[in-house]
Design a protein around this ligand. Structure first.
Ligand code: HEM
Length: 521
């Protein structure tokens, strides 16, 4: 048996000396091997060795658990997964400090191997921060600057008018009508293409690709966390992974080609509508050979982004609007009273009325707060290590803006689980300064389609409120059909199917809708 020597006897003291020497040497070695300023990461749940916080990561609605962690650990929470560093931002001030003020560092995206495997860094929201991203985003930005969008307003009004008329004639199919509306607007902006009323070949193909992206982002992120699995799947015979990627790439090429050819054809007939693609083709008209081929490639890719990034996000927001109106009748009534007072009963609201309808505007803002379209935003990534206060954020850290937590932050929004458009109004009934930018993202990667989305959503909302009543449906036994606000766990939060009643507010409103002369060219 071995006893520790006592410091009280001389023999004992001398036998301590080698111990002390050993400890001193050990500490010196520790100091040399371990970085002098060992980084302190932001607080967070304790990770396990190697796997990190993987076992604590919730599969269902992760933003809810992240919001709880925010209450426990603070506005910035750090977790790891197989050596990857992830920080979750739970407040507007943390977002401002990191994603806005340091946007030079935090404007990259986590690399998703499956994107490069598909031979396609073509989806702007997922592109690495760099020259290609800058060029592609710049082209959309030019097109979507608020002042440039007025040329699309007549078309948006006409499409929204068409959608509301369909609500009146076939109310049970409102999911289809909304999808047709958002798809028609983005197709028109991208290609000047007007999808046919029933099933549209190009729209269906484009939809398949959109779902591919939104449904597979989660899987792609898992691939990212398990790179070995990615490599195994890539080479393992029989997994079908390579064939699958090949098929998807083929589908993608077809979706980018079909509407592009439509525009070329329209241009040759002299019948092309103003659109992103026709404008760009006009600009590169003088090029030849490889230069022309190359420019056609990026025009196709950038145009595809308008449909892929714009259609389902706006679809989700408008379905949330319909659902919120079923569940919050008082807000619907107040908006209708305002519209009737300002617009009267002889005409329909137009874009030029927007500033005169603060309650409708507040309702639109509350909708995006109450039901954020992307509750976890879109992940950003850092390109170099940096400190945030005393905490170290390493290079390549993945940053998750927890939009859900920010919309539920009681320091900013009292009674956050209540649908209250009034929170965006001053006591004089004017709009306050909170124009809910959270929903559209942050820093240099903030949504480039925001001005287009704001127009498209607003005109649809105001025309619906002006002319229709949305309420619970009554079943054949005379019972009200319950509506639960249920959402899936996807990147985009689209309400799960629900039923409701959409009826013209009066015979006069129905007549007004039918008689207004709208021209969708
Ligand atoms: C309700 C409608 C919409 C919502 C809620 C929305 C939301 C977002 C969000 C959260 C991001 C990521 C921002 C970030 O990284 O911090 C984003 C990026 C983007 N959005 Fe939207 N969006 C909408 C409509 C549109 C539309 C109509 C377009 C049409 C062009 C569009 C095009 C894009 C593009 C291209 C990006 C990528 C920007 C980049 O990475 O640089 N979005 N959007």
């Amino acid at each position: 048996m071995y006893y520790l020597p006592s410091l009280n006897d001389a023999e004992g003291a001398s036998s301590w000396l080698p111990w002390l020497g050993l400890c001193a040497a050990g500490l010196a070695l520790y100091g040399a091997l371990w970085p002098k300023n060992r980084p302190t990461y932001p607080p967070g749940p304790k990770p396990l060795p190697f796997v990190g916080n993987i076992p604590q990561l919730p599969i269902v609605r992760p933003w809810l658990r992240f919001t709880e962690w925010g209450k426990q650990y603070g506005d910035i929470v750090h977790i790891t997964a197989f050596g990857y560093h992830i920080v979750i931002l739970n407040s507007v001030s943390a977002i401002n400090d990191i994603l806005d003020k340091r946007s030079r560092i935090f404007s990259d995206r986590p690399r998703l191997r499956f994107m490069s495997f598909l031979n396609g860094d073509l989806f702007i929201p997922m592109m690495p921060y760099g020259d290609t991203w800058r060029k592609h985003r710049g082209l959309l930005h030019q097109k979507f600057r608020a002042g440039e969008l007025s040329i699309f307003r007549t078309m948006e009004f006409a499409q929204a008018h068409e959608m509301v008329k369909r609500f009146m004639t076939k109310p049970d199919d409102f999911f289809v009508h909304v999808k047709n509306y958002t798809g028609s607007v983005t197709m028109h902006v991208a290609y000047g293409y007007r999808p046919s009323e029933g099933r549209d070949h190009i729209l269906e193909k484009a939809d398949e690709v959109t779902h591919f992206f939104t449904d597979n982002l989660i899987k792609a992120t898992i691939m990212e966390i398990f790179p070995a699995l990615h490599r195994i799947l890539e080479w393992l015979p029989g997994t079908g992974y390579k064939e699958w990627a090949f098929q998807v790439r083929k589908m993608l090429d077809e979706v980018l080609d079909l509407p592009f050819k439509f525009v070329e054809n329209e241009i040759s007939k002299g019948a092309a509508q103003p659109s992103f693609t026709s404008d760009q083709l006009d600009k590169v008209g003088g090029l030849k050979g490889d230069e022309l081929k190359d420019s056609h490639k990026w025009i196709k890719e950038v145009a595809g982004n308008i449909y892929i990034a714009g259609t389902d996000t706006m679809y989700a927001a408008l379905l949330s609007f319909i659902q919120s109106m079923v569940l919050h009748q008082d807000a619907q009534k107040k908006a209708q009273i305002e519209i009737d007072r300002v617009i009267g009963h002889e005409r329909l609201p137009e874009f030029s009325d927007r500033e005169s309808l603060p309650y409708v505007e507040a309702l639109y803002r509350e909708l995006l707060r109450y039901r954020p379209v992307t509750p976890l935003g879109v992940p950003h990534a850092g390109t170099e290590g940096t400190f945030y206060s005393e905490y170290y954020l390493p290079e390549k850290v993945v940053v998750l803006p927890n939009v859900w937590a920010m919309t539920r932050d009681e320091r900013v929004y009292s009674n956050p689980d209540k649908f209250l458009p009034e929170r965006f109004l001053t006591s004089e009934g004017k709009l306050n300064n909170d124009n809910i930018p959270l929903t559209y993202g942050f820093g240099r990667r903030a949504c480039v389609g925001r001005p287009l989305a704001e127009d498209t959503l607003w005109i649809a909302i105001v025309l619906t409120l002006a002319t229709c009543d949305i309420a619970k449906k009554t079943d054949k036994n005379g019972q009200l059909v319950d509506v639960q606000d249920l959402f899936p766990d996807n990147l985009i939060s689209t309400p799960l199917p629900f039923e409701c009643s959409i009826k013209p507010r009066s015979a006069a409103k129905k007549k007004l809708m039918e008689t207004v002369d709208v021209n969708i060219s």
